[in-house]
Design a protein around this ligand. Structure first.
Ligand code: UD1
Ligand code: UDP
Length: 443
């Protein structure tokens, strides 16, 4: 039907969203499914936005909302108002956004309130740190979503424990793996070109990215990181492509001149994707507080030290490429030296296990589910409580109830015989279900 042809509206607004949604665009194109693309404009400088459209083959946005920066409330509210108008204009039957930014939150809330089902790419990640703006954005975006694209089994378990029925969760892998696999060979050449320009040898330098609010908005915290980088630069070149937020904080805390006066510290503008990934794959180790960089480094098997006290990507720690080390200067220096000295061991351990983040086909899986959802006229659910007003959760023993347990309600959690959360129904001993099952769809 013609009305279905352009009925997926994809909204992005920051650097990582442009990068991670690219595989969804590629695969919708492959399937011949039409969509519209809206850019919120939360990121607006060329090197934070359009360079990624060009490099990763994103279409020209149908609408650029150009909302730009502001406080959390201002930015989120501006995006909500503009996205509401975009929904009215484009009349999508499903809206898609990715990740955990203010754009993601604004899109999720606006979409569900306009009664358009919201699909969340990279659903279910949890750092369990509620002081982090991204954590609040993730929880609320997942609460609003009708379709959850969980990158890993762990993310799916997190969603189930928040009461999301299993049938709404699709474990797809992380789309960043698709991107890295597609461009790996190309970026290796780009990386070497940039290294030549900087006069650096492969695997001789430490790559750094820092942009999190909790690291940049406190002079002492950012000062600790700067102190560690200066100390490390006595032994290793430091390559630091700097996020605009961090540039502005370094300047206002008078830390910029401390960093830039060291000749072994290379301060660069934010890089295009190919150059950045090329630098990452040729680095000795990476120090970062970025979500995407933790994932890319895990995929490329680059030892990573995460300058935070928690991570919503524990799979990267379990597989051994990533260590969460906080931001005390002394600890950063010690851990960096340790990681460099044991680099070959870390890399060979990582090479012996498969990538926990995906197999490079996440975009394909997401595009198929989206296409089917549109085909099947997905609606936001409502419950008909006329017969039974109670929503009941029940913990059921599968051995006693067998097949009946699965048919009476929505499965929201599964446990094996030791009580460990699992996803495989065939291995489940106990399940939590939600009653009733009588659903009506909103008109
Ligand atoms: C946002 C996301 C963060 C994500 C990051 C990716 C939220 C709450 N945070 O953080 O989760 O990891 O994007 O990079 O949504 N600026 C520019 N030019 C730009 C964009 C930003 O100069 O093109 C500067 C502005 O001074 C702005 C500051 O960077 O005030 C912060 O930008 P903002 O989008 O608010 O947050 P990020 O730190 O980028
Ligand atoms: N990135 C880039 N150029 C840079 C720094 C990072 O292209 O100079 C890419 C990086 O490869 C990753 C993404 O940006 O895919 C991560 O974005 P960011 O760290 O801003 O956000 P987060 O992932 O933490 O939300």
């Amino acid at each position: 039907m013609a009305s279905n042809r352009r009925s997926i509206m994809i909204v992005a607004g920051t650097r990582p969203e442009a990068i991670k949604l690219a595989p969804v665009f590629w695969n919708l194109d492959k399937l011949g499914v039409d969509y519209t693309f809206v850019w919120s404009g939360q990121h607006y400088h060329y090197e934070m936005s359009r360079i990624f459209f060009e490099q990763l083959g994103l279409p020209e946005p149908d609408i650029d909302l150009d909302t730009r920066s502001g406080s959390h409330a201002e930015q989120t509210a501006k995006i909500m108002v503009s996205v509401e108008k975009a929904i009215e204009e484009l009349k999508p039957s499903i809206v898609v956004a990715e990740g955990d930014t203010n754009t993601t939150l604004a899109v999720a809330l606006t979409s569900v309130k306009k009664l358009v089902p919201f699909a969340h790419v990279e659903a279910g990640l949890r750092s369990w740190d509620r002081t982090m703006p991204e954590e609040i954005n993730r929880i609320l975006a997942d609460a609003a979503a009708e379709l959850h694209f969980a990158p890993t089994g762990l993310a799916a378990i997190n969603l189930m424990h928040e009461g999301i029925p299993l049938r709404k969760i699709h474990i797809t892998g992380n789309t960043i793996v698709d991107v890295v696999y597609k461009f790996k060979d190309h970026v290796a050449r780009q990386g070497r070109w940039l290294l030549n320009k900087l006069g650096l040898e492969p695997h001789s330098y430490i790559l750094v990215t820092v942009h999190r609010q909790e690291n940049t908005d406190y002079p002492q915290r950012l000062g600790n990181i700067v102190k560690a980088l200066i100390e490390l630069s006595k032994q290793y070149p430091i390559v630091f492509p700097i996020h605009p937020r961090t540039v502005s904080r370094l300047q206002s805390y008078r830390l910029w001149s401390q960093l830039s006066s060291h000749e072994n510290i290379y301060l660069l503008k934010p890089l295009g994707y190919f150059q950045f990934l090329g630098l990452l794959m040729n680095s000795l180790i990476v120090l970062t507080d970025s979500g995407g960089v933790q994932e890319e480094a895990c995929t490329l098997k680059v030892p990573t030290l995460t300058l935070r006290y928690n991570t919503e990507r524990p799979e990267t720690v379990l597989v051994g490429t990533n260590r969460v080390i906080g931001r005390e200067a002394r600890r950063i220096v010690e851990e960096a030296i340790k990681a460099i000295n044991s680099r070959s061991q870390i890399v060979s351990n990582a090479e012996s296990v498969s990538n926990p983040l995906g197999d490079g086909r996440a975009g394909e899986r997401i595009a198929i589910v989206l296409s089917n959802a549109v085909e099947n006229h997905i609606q936001i659910e409502a419950i008909d409580s006329r017969e039974n007003p109670y929503i009941t959760y029940a913990l059921l023993d599968l051995h006693d109830l067998g097949e009946i347990a699965k048919s009476v309600g929505d499965i929201v959690a599964l446990y094996d015989e030791r009580g460990t959360s699992i996803l495989d129904l065939s291995r489940a001993h106990k399940i939590v279900i939600r009653l009733p099952r009588s659903r009506v769809v909103s008109k």
